[in-house]
Write a protein that binds this ligand. Sequence first.
Ligand SMILES: C/C(=C\COP(=O)(O)OP(=O)(O)O)CCC[C@H](C)CCC[C@H](C)CCCC(C)C
Ligand SMILES: O=C(O)C1=CC(=O)c2ccccc2C1=O
Length: 304
Amino acid sequence: MVKSLVDSPELSPKTSRKLWMAAIKLPMYSVAIVPIATGTAIAYRDTGAINWSIFLTFLVSAILILVWENLCNDVFDAETGIDVNKAHSVVNLTGKKNVIFAIANICLLAGISGVLAISWLQQDLFVVSAIAICCFLGYIYQGPPFRLGYQGLGEILCFFAFGPLGVSAAYYSQAKSWSVGSLAAAIIVGIITSLILFCSHFNQVADDLAAGKKSPVVRLGTKRSAQLLPWLCGVIYAITIAAIICNFFPIWTAIVLVSLPIAWNLCTFIGENHDQADLLLNCRFIAVALHFVVGSGLSISLIF
Ligand SMILES: C/C(=C\COP(=O)(O)OP(=O)(O)O)CCC[C@H](C)CCC[C@H](C)CCCC(C)C
Ligand SMILES: O=C(O)C1=CC(=O)c2ccccc2C1=O
């Protein structure tokens, strides 16, 4: 039985509101929007048409599936004990693990139903199959008996779910085919989404070590992980430029370079404070901002 923080007398309404905002992490939901928007934008570029009902259904479904993933993350982390010091866990805030698990599964059902409706409309199983695989990857990241995130494999799962699978499914939902351009965009979206997960592990090293979670930051150490960041960002810009040169993307996609100051900020902030867990709690949101600007730049430029 998890003890609820909400009923705690020493928690002021202001602190409680702050904890709820941190637990809900609204900005993080752009990670569900970007692959759908990017896949749809490339399909529009290739076919000249957008089916808005499919786009909106896919968007809402992707958000619901991510709500499932995040609520389950709090449920499963409550079971392993890794979240004992995490006040901004929905399970710790409410103390109602089973209710949260039930809500999570309702969101999953609703999300999968939306994607199933798209497949039914297309009379083709590709979209629902790709998203079912994404959900499977999301489950094995954190759920028993797999918990592959505890072995440091989360970033790889994240790359495939939000990159090649998510973007290709969105492309296919509009174009009913595949394209090399959508694969190049999928790789960029996948890497930058995994970068968010990688950054989110910097402030959790002590809790992860105590619970036996070998995240990439635990495995490499905070210093070497911080040194890796500029290379990861560099790869994103290198693929973008290569895709423009190879004509997979239009010249307008160079607008992605406006995100360079955010990438610089992320790398220097983590580089200077890599072992200061308290300062790094919100560094994942700098990575989210980078993801959002790169993803929006990519999607918008592909429409023109
Ligand atoms: C829940 C995730 C990260 C939280 O990680 P962690 O436990 O380290 O952190 P906190 O406990 O402090 O929050 C994200 C995990 C991503 C996962 C590997 C893949 C998820 C796939 C989604 C279900 C697919 C959605 C794709 C969409 C395009 C339909
Ligand atoms: O809570 C988090 O730190 C994350 C939540 C989430 O949904 C997500 C999705 C994709 C990449 C990273 C993350 C998180 O880090």
